[in-house]
Design a protein around this ligand. Structure first.
Ligand code: NDP
Length: 454
């Protein structure tokens, strides 16, 4: 059977674009279907615009706390409308950059929603009119439609924002209630609070950032940023009601909180519904599409990468999955994605970064008597003249039998830049002795990684 394309990619996010570009570079005839702006979550409503907001929050925090350095901050104002407009313009520029690079590689871009009609054919639907704009066919189809925010099933939920809505705002609210204690909740709590919005954060458990090393969660909670946030633990949001242009949140304790707005950040889920997959009976992995090591679904023609697969939902993972898929199926390579030692960061102020096993997880895997932990916590030199001094923390988790470093964790400024490098060392199977024989670079924060002795 003749097909129009060798590969159709559904979803022009990080993973989809990476696969499309790589396959096209090998000479494959490739099309990509996208209903929104080219770029996906990371470029349009995730990592990129969020990090720009983080830079704004850091700039403001630095100015507000630089009196000890002789820098006067009186008269400095913050206009959130300028920031949000500039962020949107940058996102637009980046989206066009990606569109142009797809064009240069002769990847055909179809605008609309992709919906399967057979395993090799899709309809492209206009999201507004629901009319079928086109039918396209392909030898292989890669699904890379990403995720969407999970909404709570409570009365009044339609009044609350998700993280997608933040980037559409004209200006920041004066007060906000944020539900959740994960990546998105903590990053936005930090951005808003440092830029002058009064933040209340509601978490259903006891700690922020479950799953991260407990010392990292504790450092975050004690930091000047988070001590200014009203964190309400061990509770859930029960309902939301509009009151004179504000929103009233009722918690399960019965307490009521009035804020301008509410942000729900309780996780994300695969966005599979519009694809009309049911008739294909693809094997599922919980709420995710099942894929094997080659990112092949249970249908040999259909592949999936990114946040619709049950792998770490992170941009670099999706990009690598996309590239490996194209290398294998359009250039006859035998590559596999390396899921070991994936570095992670939460861009709070200061930020949290981590690679490898947390102390808790290392104990679960190797048992307590086989684990040695090296840890230091101190006020970094950059905070010497600041009124509110944030501490930093570095931690190494070691297998005491083999001396192998199992995990490195860091709380502090630029820790993400440091942990990226540490992840290379962990991938190479570094031991604690290798850390110890490495010369320190002074005066830095990261030198503590090579000067912590047992
Ligand atoms: P997370 O999974 O990180 O956090 C979800 C939070 O919501 C947790 O605190 C969880 O609590 C809480 N929660 C879940 N369900 C409920 C509920 N029904 N009621 C109350 N609280 C609830 O999800 P995010 O939305 O923050 O982020 C989604 C994903 O996006 C991340 O996992 C990550 O993969 C990616 N991401 C990565 C970033 C980065 O790399 N810097 C930045 C932003 C997102 P509990 O802990 O008790 O389960």
């Amino acid at each position: 059977m003749e097909f129009q394309f060798d590969l159709i990619v559904v979803g022009a996010g990080s993973g989809g674009m990476a696969a499309a570009k790589r396959a096209a570079s090998y000479g494959a005839k490739v099309a990509i279907i996208e209903v929104n702006q080219i770029g996906g979550t990371c470029v349009i409503r995730g990592c990129v615009p969020k990090k720009l907001l983080v830079y704004a929050a850091k700039s403001k925090k630095n100015m507000d706390s630089s009196g000890g350095y002789g820098i006067k901050s009186e008269g400095i104002s913050f206009e959130s409308n300028t920031l949000l407009k500039n962020v949107r313009e940058e996102v637009f520029r980046l989206s066009n950059f990606h569109r142009n690079s797809l064009n240069k590689l002769n990847v055909t871009i179809f605008e609309g929603l992709g919906r399967f009609t057979t395993q090799n054919e899709l309809e492209i639907i206009c999201p507004k009119t629901k009319k079928i704009l086109k039918k396209v066919s392909s030898k292989k189809v890669l699904i890379s439609v990403g995720g969407k925010p999970k909404k709570l099933n409570i009365p009044g939920i339609e009044l609350a924002w998700t993280s997608d809505d933040i980037f559409e705002l004209e200006k920041f609210p004066k007060s906000i209630l944020i539900v959740g204690g994960g990546y998105i909740a903590c990053e936005f709590a930090s951005i808003f609070s440092n830029l002058g919005t009064k933040v209340t954060q509601v978490i259903r458990g006891q700690r922020l950032l479950n799953g991260f090393d407990e010392d990292l969660s504790a450092c975050l909670k004690e930091s000047p940023t988070f001590t200014e946030i009203n964190i309400i633990s061990n509770t859930q949001l029960k309902s939301i009601k509009g009151v004179n242009g504000n929103l009233e949140s009722t918690l399960d304790s019965g307490d009521k909180i009035l804020t301008n707005n509410i942000l729900i950040a309780t996780g994300r889920e695969p966005n599979l519904l519009p694809l009309n997959l049911d008739f294909l009976n693809l094997k599922m992995d919980g709420k995710y599409l099942y894929v094997d090591q080659l990112n092949q679904t249970s249908n040999a023609n259909i592949f999936a990468v990114g946040d619709i697969t049950n792998r770490p939902n992170l941009t670099p993972v999706a990009i690598e999955q996309g590239r490996v898929f194209s290398d294998n199926f359009f250039n006859d390579q035998k590559r596999k994605v390396n899921y070991e030692n994936i570095p992670k960061a939460v861009f709070t102020i200061p930020e949290i970064s981590t690679v490898g096993l947390s102390e808790e997880r290392a104990i679960e895997v190797y048992s307590k008597e086989n684990i040695k932990v090296f840890k230091c916590k101190f006020t970094p030199m950059s905070n010497t003249f600041k009124e509110k001094k944030s501490k930093c923390m570095l931690k190494i988790v070691v297998n005491s039998i083999t001396d192998k470093v199992l995990g490195c964790h860091m709380f502090g400024e630029t820790s993400s830049e440091i942990i990226q490098m540490v992840s290379i060392a962990l991938n190479a199977g570094i031991t604690k002795k290798d850390f110890d024989i490495t010369m320190a670079l002074h005066p830095t924060i990261s030198e503590e990684f090579v000067t912590m002795y047992g």
